[in-house]
Write a protein that binds this ligand. Sequence first.
Ligand code: G3H
Length: 332
Amino acid sequence: MTQTTSAMTTGAEQLPQVHEPRNEGVPLDLDVVLSARANTSAIERRCATLPGRRTVKKDYQAAWLARAISCIDLTTLAGDDTEARVRRLCAKARQPVRADLLEALGLEGLTVGAVCVYHDMIPAAVRALEGSGIPVAAVSTGFPAGLSPFHLRVAEIGESVKAGAREIDIVISRRHVLEGNWRALYDEMRAFREACGEAHVKAILATGELGTLRNVARASMVCMMAGADFIKTSTGKESVNATLPVSLVMIRAIREYQAMTGVKVGYKPAGGISKAKDALVYLALMKEELGDRWLRPDLFRFGASSLLGDIERQLEHHVSGAYSASWRHAMA
Ligand SMILES: O=C[C@H](O)COP(=O)(O)O
């Protein structure tokens, strides 16, 4: 049965600032890691019901979409990125929706959660975001494959932090998961976290390359034990990126880690999320599985390059009653 989801306050600017303590990590506990399981058919059944189970309409929908915007890591990760493109993206990050729409919705001051770029684009992004409070996130450690020499991957993190990145999205070595070498994954993640210093670290699992949902559950737990502030599904470059089943597994691992340690770890689905209606499903999933606390940008992000355009289009429809062409909502 369809259920109408309750109201959500609009806009990040209206949320009280909450600062969770960082995840310091815990010693690797192989018993806990190996006990992680995933019942694929039950997970798929649960996910199949999600898109139809909850609907948000009218003002509630606009509020949920505004919240989704505040949780976007607005991303450009292309070989042909230029400083000009990054500057345009940052302008969009500062004002994600047309001024007249923001005013009509009472959402002045709304921004995205962060701007996510490759290392070389950090200085341009930092300059373009100055004074906005929007952090720059950098992908790192030989993104996307993570197969460069280990010492270079660690050094890359340090360089990106020095250049001004306040968030670092690292990629794990998928082979450690595929070979069941949980100690190696833990040690790698700990070294990456240490190199981040004060910068928050998101661990990209590249779930589309991990083979099984059980591996996803175990890798999530190991990365959290090693101190990941966020766990993130994908680089956006795998053939399969964020999916609902993978999300359910990772979110439940976050819940288990919190039950075990009291620490809240963030979640970032990334890759292939480009429609406003999909964003609403992810928000509903977070709300149902982890609760409202995970609907804020310090614990939830979408890694997305084009989602914002579709959300802006839906908000324009909400205000004016008409849909505009998608090309009118270019990102950069
Ligand atoms: O982390 C973010 C992803 O690379 C973005 O992927 P996307 O271009 O499919 O939205």
